[in-house]
Design a protein around this ligand. Sequence first.
Ligand SMILES: Nc1ncnc2c1ncn2[C@@H]1O[C@H](COP(=O)(O)OP(=O)(O)OP(=O)(O)O)[C@@H](O)[C@H]1O
Ligand SMILES: [Mg+2]
Length: 266
Amino acid sequence: MNSPNQPHPHSTFNVQRSTFDVPNSSFSSSPPLPPAVSCASIHKSFGTGEARVEVLRGIDFTAAMGDMTFLVGPSGCGKTTLISVIAGLLDATSGTVELFGTEVASLSSRDRILFRRKNLGFVFQQYNLLPSLSAAENAAVPLLAAGVPRSTALERAAHLLDRLGLGSRTKALPKILSGGQQQRVALARALVHEPRLVICDEPTAALDAESGHSVMELLSQTAVHPDRAVIVVSHDNRVFHFADRLAFMNDGTITKTESQTALQEK
Ligand SMILES: Nc1ncnc2c1ncn2[C@@H]1O[C@H](COP(=O)(O)OP(=O)(O)OP(=O)(O)O)[C@@H](O)[C@H]1O
Ligand SMILES: [Mg+2]
């Protein structure tokens, strides 16, 4: 999976990594940071009676701060369902989800919305762009929702789109963009407000190798931060070397998790 000639993508961030290690080190008096995501015994069923399908069957999953955690597994095993539960887009049938040490479900509905709006960026498998808004307006939505003035929000969104190779498409409506371009607009929308947790469902599926690589580099830089994390669902083994940790999923359960280092040693 990992080419021996391919440096780990975080290697250019070693200085920050060693600094970031300090809060959890035994020499530090600070308490250890909670994981960005901690799921315990998550079950999720759809339907009732004979039509009931249990899609998540007792998931324990953590994503550490500063890490890019990949979630991989065959089609239909429950990856999108799990990240939707983590993001609060779906309610679990049972089990708990903590984000940065907070059990979001225990907050009032207003605080839950504010918590998610501030801390979470989500890239949907089907992009879910608003069809009547331009690329820059779509990407600016989280800033506009947070009350950032429109001109500033659009400027920041356009800047991010430019970094993603879409500088000339900021005024285009989604329907005239290719799938890969829409995917990058969706990514810009997930990153523009600099959330602590970014969750991406197949962020490189519609991209050529070069665009896929630059998207993963941007995500990787986002993850390399002491109180942030990125979770990526991916089938795309061209980008697996970006993962700090991989969680393997099958038929509604996590079958194993491996660090990149452990995988490289195999
Ligand atoms: N709203 C729903 N109602 C009923 N079944 C559902 C619903 N959403 C998902 N499922 C079922 O849950 C299972 C897991 O779906 P999910 O979308 O989480 O899989 P996935 O691992 O993301 O697959 P893929 O890699 O193809 O995107 C599938 O069998 C799917 O049909
Ligand atoms: Mg899916």
